[in-house]
Design a protein around this ligand. Structure first.
Ligand SMILES: C[S@@+](CC[C@H](N)C(=O)[O-])C[C@H]1O[C@@H](n2cnc3c(N)ncnc32)[C@H](O)[C@@H]1O
Length: 415
């Protein structure tokens, strides 16, 4: 048993030494910053720090299993852009991956990342001060014992802090594990150089009845990148989770879910029309609603979520108030969003081809155009000449929609 585990541990390490993932060219840092969830600073602030975190030193973030560096670079750049003194600690097993992040860091001239090579399982003994925030994406599902990995992360999490995590989701990956099993039988005993051409030929020739061929949501193996193909279909060890499995995983470390992202995908009300069914859904708790949504849509490939220590008080999601500033995600300019809504009563969003209509409150376009990242809700209310009730009737549904699409968060004035 232990021998098998050691062999698989070594196979995982060898994979990421030979094929750092995801593949990144450091020169691309000159032209773009990759952003995404979790770990966008305003999103972290909204979900884990009530929008009240100013991120100045000694704010400490850990990116565990940081790979080729997307999260470490995004966090470090966003901290540096604010002139804050927060730091990012990067840790990964793979020295080849670390070389890629270090090169990306040099291109950007970032000085606020500290690099470590090693297993996150050793975190309890590495002598780190506790971290306010821990990002661990696409890592725990490769562990022999993910619970052990989560416990190691929690051992260095500060009280009142939180984590942003990602693990694979079962239903959206339908077919992936059938092919992984088939390829283990076919080429499992070979080294990657021999495995790859045979595996590609096998996958190219799959019959139309195969579940991976029938799954329109998974496409990493078609990107033409060896690292992506290998990570999806030849990985020596990975598993996937359903919503209840995620919640159970967190419980093993006495942690709890804050939110899944994007929240819209985990709310079954968005995908159901029948009134009686809706009535029943509205009586369910959030965890059951999320589990129901996953089963009914079937297309969730990864679970991205924020978590915190169970029982940490007070609640850490930002709440509406006069001195809160609505902050749009970086990729969403206020005017462009306002233009999208102008003159419309319905906003249609396509989830992998499934079209869902959302009702738009009157004046949402005008409201959104005032989200400049500086105006508070009180400023906006004054500018729109609305009374308290009128403003609430406009802001509450607008916020619900934009927040659930992960486009809008709240930050407290002065942070
Ligand atoms: C799929 S990659 C994800 C990289 C990155 N987190 C991202 O989302 O782009 C998984 C990474 O986890 C790292 N890893 C696997 N087991 C680890 C461990 N025990 N300790 C630290 N890193 C580990 C691998 O070396 C690899 O770089």
């Amino acid at each position: 048993m232990a021998k098998g585990r050691n062999r698989r541990d070594k196979a995982v390490r060898d994979q990421y030494e030979q094929l750092p993932y995801p593949p990144r060219n450091p020169e691309d840092e000159k032209t773009r910053l990759i952003t995404g969830s979790p770990s966008q600073l305003d999103e972290v602030n909204h979900y884990l720090f009530r929008g009240e975190q100013d991120f100045s030193g000694p704010f400490r973030a850990l990116v565990a299993g940081g790979g080729t560096g997307d999260a470490a670079i995004m966090l470090a750049q966003q901290l540096a852009d604010r002139g804050d003194e927060g730091t990012v600690t990067y840790l990964d097993l793979s020295s080849a991956s670390r070389q890629v992040v270090e090169a990306r860091t040099r291109v950007r001239g970032l000085k606020n990342i500290e690099f470590h090579t090693g297993s996150l399982l050793n975190l309890p003994d590495m002598g780190f001060e506790p971290f306010d925030y821990i990002d661990c994406c696409g890592v725990l599902h490769h562990f022999e014992d993910p619970e052990e990995g989560l416990a190691a992360l929690k051992s260095v999490l500060a009280d009142g802090g939180g984590m942003g995590l990602m693990v694979y989701a079962s239903l959206g990956r339908t077919g992936v594990y059938h092919i992984q099993e088939a390829l283990k039988l076919l080429v499992g005993d070979e080294n990657p150089e021999k495995q790859l051409p045979l595996a590609k030929a096998f996958v190219e020739g799959l019959p139309s009845t195969n579940w991976l061929v029938r799954n329109p949501f998974v496409g990493d193996h078609k990107m033409g990148e060896d690292a992506a193909f290998y990570d999806l279909l030849l990985h020596p060890r990975d598993r996937s989770y359903l919503v209840p499995d995620v919640i159970d995983l967190l419980k093993t470390s006495d942690m709890e879910l804050v939110t899944f992202l994007e929240p819209v995908k985990y709310d079954p009300e968005n995908f159901v029309k029948d009134r009686d069914v809706l009535k029943r859904i509205r009586q369910m708790n959030d965890a059951d609603k999320a589990a129901l949504a996953e089963n009914l849509t079937g297309n969730i490939k990864t679970h991205i979520f924020y978590a915190r220590k169970s029982g940490d008080l007070p609640g850490n999601i930002a709440e509406t108030g006069p001195d809160m500033i609505p902050v749009l995600a970086e990729r969403t300019p206020a005017e462009a969003l306002a233009q999208t809504f102008r003159g419309k009563k319905i906003f249609q969003v396509s989830f992998d081809g499934e079209k869902v209509n959302f009702n738009l409150p009157d004046r949402i376009s005008e409201l959104v155009s005032l989200f400049d990242g500086n105006r508070t809700l009180s400023d906006i209310q004054t500018e729109m000449s609305l009374g308290g009730d009128g403003f609430r009737r406009l802001f509450a549904p607008s916020f619900k929609l934009l927040n659930s699409l992960n486009l809008l968060w709240l930050r407290k004035k002065g942070t």
